[in-house]
Design a protein around this ligand. Structure first.
Ligand code: PEP
Ligand code: MG
Length: 367
């Protein structure tokens, strides 16, 4: 056992001897992956691939969604495949030998589409400047198209698995990029360990459909590259229906990752996007709701995690269960997750040391 020298690394190593809960990190670029590794993360528990499409790349997805011309769509996907293969290559290389859970695209769709309101302003400006009528008409058409995708509650709409089922070409592209990056690294003598995670599943059939798609693509890449790949496929449990039918879902999942952010939102029925608004803080200040819905199982949302873990093991005794929402880095919640019997938590890179200590403390106090 290392002596306590006042050195943080020594204390963390000491804590590691006692904890049973694994600690991974949430990261979506090689720099954050390396940082996570330096803080002692045992892998990446959540790579949010929609974060790889901020800035200019948003345009490629926008072109894909708004354009029904197959040739234009295929061109956009070819471009995406190339950039994603490089993205994953960098991530797997940074985490060589450790698992990297790549979550397939999970954006609320409106985040990818230019706001129709912004176009409205642009059209008014173009008209005032006496711009070419054809250009104005083109912008109007685009605005109508974007409007046709508008949802009243985008967080409850075309996200996660739903996007992949409606546009299978997107998960096909992402799985191909993941498998190709892993195959290339293997040929270079490295040990990539990607895992594929399907978000926002509520019914087993959704996961089964995307799993079949992913397995087919992986087999194609294996044949093309002449490399054998072992890529576990799992899902996020972030909707109450998924938690209460976890036995069915586990029958087609290698792992579960509980998403505390969406699970909290959908269990309480409060929009997570409005937490900073006027009403939600005012309501919370009434102090009727539990301050931390994961502080104890009785706080409510954690009971769904407990149910999901128990049912999940009934459906697949080998299933690996983790947590990757914000509460994955919160010491009080970590104590609950340890008690429930999760395998790991995943949190932001800077929270990894805190989570390592909290996991050890939980293991000792719950002995
Ligand atoms: C979650 O819902 O807890 C989660 C990790 O996914 P995201 O925050 O990206 O929706
Ligand atoms: Mg989520």
């Amino acid at each position: 056992m290392p002596e306590i020298t006042g050195d943080l690394d020594a204390i963390l190593e000491w804590a590691d001897e006692f904890r049973t809960l694994g600690v991974r990190a949430n990261a979506d670029n090689p720099e954050d992956a390396e940082l996570s590794r330096s803080f002692g993360a045992a892998g990446i528990g959540l790579c949010r691939t929609e974060h790889m499409f901020l800035g200019d790349r948003k345009q490629i997805i926008q072109t894909f969604i708004l354009n029904e011309d197959e040739t234009v769509r295929e061109e956009a996907v070819r471009e995406l495949l190339e950039v994603q293969t490089n993205d994953f290559y960098g991530m797997f290389k940074a985490m060589d030998g450790l698992p990297v859970i790549v979550r397939l695209l999970d954006p609320p769709l409106h985040e990818f589409l230019e706001s129709a309101r912004a176009l409205d302003v642009e059209i008014a400006r173009l008209e005032a400047a006496g711009t070419d009528a054809a250009l104005v008409a083109e912008k109007r058409e685009l605005m109508a198209k974007i409007d046709s995708f508008a949802e009243q509650n985008p967080m409850l709409g075309m996200r996660g698995v739903r996007l992949g089922i409606v546009y299978p070409i997107l998960p096909t592209m992402q799985v191909r990029a993941i498998a190709t990056a892993a195959a290339r690294l293997k040929k270079e003598g490295l040990d990539p360990k990607p895992e594929i995670m399907i978000p926002l599943v509520s019914v087993v059939t959704e996961l089964a459909k995307l799993r079949a798609l992913a397995e087919k693509v992986i087999a194609q890449v294996e044949a093309e590259e002449g490399v054998e790949l072992e890529i576990p496929i799992g899902t996020m449990i972030e909707l109450p229906r998924a938690a209460v039918t976890a036995d069915e879902i586990a029958s087609v999942a290698d792992f579960f990752s509980f998403g505390t952010n969406d699970l909290t939102q959908t269990t309480f029925g409060f929009s997570r996007d409005d937490v900073e608004g006027e009403f939600v803080p005012q309501y919370l200040s009434e102090r009727l709701l539990p301050f931390n819905p994961f502080a104890t199982v009785d706080a409510g949302v954690a009971r769904l995690v407990q149910m999901g873990v128990e049912l999940g093991h009934e459906g697949n005794p080998e299933i690996v269960c983790g947590v990757c929402g914000e509460h994955g880095g919160d010491p009080d919640s970590i104590a609950t997750f340890n008690g429930i019997g999760l395998d790991y938590v995943s949190c932001s890179p800077y929270r990894v040391p805190v989570a390592r200590l909290a996991a050890a403390q939980a293991a000792l106090s719950q002995k």
